[in-house]
Design a protein around this ligand. Structure first.
Ligand code: DX5
Ligand code: ZN
Length: 221
């Protein structure tokens, strides 16, 4: 069951892009489960990162599932491009989509897993009616746009509430948490009900990328 899993998804936002294939090898050695790809358009969030071309190159160099987090306006316009590039998960922001149910169903119709993300200020009630359709809910524990920020502590209550909602409704989707996760708080986040842990700076800016990946994985499993 998805809800029983404890997976590590390093975010390459903090990786050394001049040595990306080596950096991917390091997280693979450390036991990473997915590769988290932060796509930013400079409009939905105040930062600009990369697009389908980088996702396509990652598909060539790794067998790890590609977890594409779309922090962009009108994500429906680029879903096909990221699917063609090899995305295994596509997560859109509730705040960026007018017809969320339609977009989720479209992603799933292409045999790609569909996720919905909510920002720290967005209440869970805004995704309650689509919980039965998604493969994953991503709770942002920082304001999206940058790595290296501090974990927003009120996220813990949000994770616990979502986990309770999942149980009460008899559903099975991943709860993913993204932002400010490190060895000091990952156990608390796991106990709250998180299944997929996105960590960027605590992995890629550490002295040993493989060891820090393995350490996070050992703490939650
Ligand atoms: C922020 C991104 C996160 C970020 C996590 O907008 O969605 O994935 O890269 O980075 P850390 O772990 O450094 O907070
Ligand atoms: Zn992310």
């Amino acid at each position: 069951m998805k809800k029983d899993k404890k997976l590590i998804a390093p975010s390459i936002l903090s990786a050394d892009f001049s040595n990306l294939s080596k950096q991917i090898r390091y997280i693979e050695i450390g036991g990473a489960d997915w590769i988290h790809c932060d796509i930013m358009d400079g409009k939905f969030v105040p930062n600009l990162t990369f697009g389908p071309l980088v996702v396509k190159s990652l598909k060539r160099i790794s067998n790890l599932p590609l977890d594409v987090h779309l922090m962009i306006e009108r994500p429906e316009n680029l879903i096909d491009d990221f699917i063609s590039a090899g995305a295994d998960f596509i997560t859109v922001h509730q705040e960026a989509v007018v017809h969320l149910h339609r977009v989720i169903n479209y992603i799933k119709s292409k045999n790609v897993s569909a996720g919905v993300s909510i920002n720290p200020s967005t209440p869970l009630c805004l995704v309650e009616n689509i919980l039965e359709y998604v493969d994953m809910i991503l709770i942002m524990s920082v304001n999206p746009g940058f790595g290296g920020q501090n974990f927003i502590d009120s996220s813990i209550k949000k994770i616990e509430t979502l986990s309770e909602m999942r149980e009460t409704k008899g559903l099975d989707f991943y709860i993913q948490v993204d932002g400010g996760i490190s060895r000091t708080n990952i156990k608390t986040i796991s106990n709250a009900g998180c299944n997929v842990f996105v960590a960027g700076s605590s992995i890629f800016t550490s002295d040993n990328i493989s060891a820090s990946t393995a350490e996070l994985k050992n703490i939650v499993n």
